[in-house]
Design a protein around this ligand. Structure first.
Ligand code: CU
Length: 254
């Protein structure tokens, strides 16, 4: 009984550590929320590093939100589609994950923690999200306008959900690994997001400092892939031994 209780407390603590990172407001829509959705994995080693961008970042497309004043009013500067987000040479919204090297046929338990995909300021927050197979995704409309969320998978079952009112929430999950499932809005042609559906919990999304960390890895040599929606992919080979933090760095740009 005591062991069970301690286990329950440890579980609560572990979940409490998995705070949802929420960027403050959308006044600067280049600072969207990182989309690492997995709960922290304790024990094992980790792979951490930075994703950088060298050269001049391509200009992001301006968004004409004049027909959606409720969204437009959330921005202090003219809204842009945050495709390539670079701060001080560091690249945000890169999905970094273990592509190969895990023991063959090893199954990882599904995550039950619900992760949020919000629509705010007529953009997806976060823009890049990682979940495990069958992990619940809460799709939310924080705007007082109609959004229609359309998932366009190749392997999974798609969906098309209308959320006409602010505060509406719909839960969905994907049953099959897919990297990534594009998300679109039928109402606002500029809205775009990507949901990575993973069979294991070893992934992260680079934050506004370009930083990422993948935790809980068993010892081994892994191929790590860094994916960016416009700039493509980079890979690195990293060896994890014991519990230390192995480094991996990725550089995009010219
Ligand atoms: Cu929309």
């Amino acid at each position: 009984m005591k062991g069970l209780l301690l286990g329950a407390i440890a579980f609560v603590l572990a979940c409490g550590g998995a705070k949802d990172q929420k960027a403050g407001g959308v006044a600067d829509n280049t600072k969207s929320t990182p989309g690492a959705a997995q709960a922290p994995v304790s024990g094992g080693g980790s792979v951490a590093g930075t994703v950088t961008f060298t050269g001049t970042a391509p200009a992001n497309p301006k968004i004409d939100m004049s027909e959606e004043p409720a969204c437009k009013s959330k921005y202090t500067t003219p809204p842009v589609d945050p495709v390539v987000v670079v701060h001080n040479g560091n690249l945000q919204n890169v999905f970094v994950y273990v592509k190969s090297g895990l023991p063959a046929n090893q199954k990882f338990e599904a995550q039950t923690r619900e992760v949020e995909l919000d629509q705010e300021g007529c953009l997806y927050q976060p823009r890049v999200l990682g979940v495990m197979v069958n992990q619940p995704i809460k799709i939310k409309n924080s705007d007082p306008v109609l959004h229609n969320i359309k998932a366009v998978p190749k392997k999974n079952r798609g969906f098309n959900i209308s959320q006409p009112q602010q505060g509406m929430e719909t839960e969905r999950a994907f049953a099959t690994e897919e990297t990534p499932v594009p998300i679109e809005c039928n109402v606002h042609g500029w809205m775009h997001g990507d949901v990575f559906v993973m069979s294991h919990p070893f992934f992260a999304v680079s934050d506004e400092n370009g930083s990422f960390k993948i935790s809980g890895l068993p010892p081994g040599t892994y191929t790590i892939e860094a994916w960016h929606e416009k700039l493509g992919t980079k890979t690195a080979t990293v060896t994890v031994t014991g519990t230390e933090e192995a480094k991996a760095s990725f550089s995009f740009g010219t």
